[in-house]
Every structure is written in C-alpha cells, then in structure tokens.
Design a protein. Structure first.
Length: 94
C-alpha cells in the first residue's frame, strides 16, 4: 500500500468545504475550509473533512501554521485521484 503527499493551499473562513482546483503551475490544490484559522480550528476542520473524503486518517506533513500545506494520505495516488473524481473534483497531476 502506498501513500500520497498532496500539496494544498488552504482558504479558511469560506462558506463551505471543497477542493476547488489544482494549480497547473505549482500542482497544489486550492481547498476552501469553513473554519477560521484560530487555535487550529481550520486545520482540525481540514483533517476531519479530508478523512471523511478519503476514508482514512489524514495528517499535515508540512505547513501546520501556513496556508500552504502538504497532506500525508495513506493511500496510493491512483486511489486519491479516484476519490477526488468521484467527489466531483478534477484529476490530480501524476
């Protein structure tokens, strides 16, 4: 079983959660998170929603205090891509 490191840019304080798009240049996903970035609330919300989306615990590998983060997802990249597509998000760059 593989794992995926997924680069993201978090936009906290938005109306609803969602993976918006993947930046072609940086390969980072832009993700809206409803919670505000106070006392780790946005990170907790991000981890909860990603765990629900991917069906496994997700960790922040880098960027705990930044809007730019790297998520560690204990699934192969192909499975992550399938789950994003199934949820209505575009495919990730391989």
């Amino acid at each position: 079983m593989g794992e995926t490191l997924l680069e993201i840019v978090v936009h906290p304080g938005k109306n609803r959660f969602g993976f918006l798009r993947r930046d072609e240049w940086s390969n980072a996903w832009h993700v809206n998170v409803p919670a505000v970035p106070q006392k780790g609330a946005a990170n907790r919300a991000l981890m909860e929603r990603c765990a629900s989306l991917f069906g496994v615990p997700v960790r922040i590998a880098r960027g705990q205090a930044s809007t730019r983060k790297v998520l560690r997802i204990p699934l192969p990249r192909e499975r992550v891509e399938q789950l994003l597509q199934k949820s209505g998000f575009s495919s990730i760059k391989k």
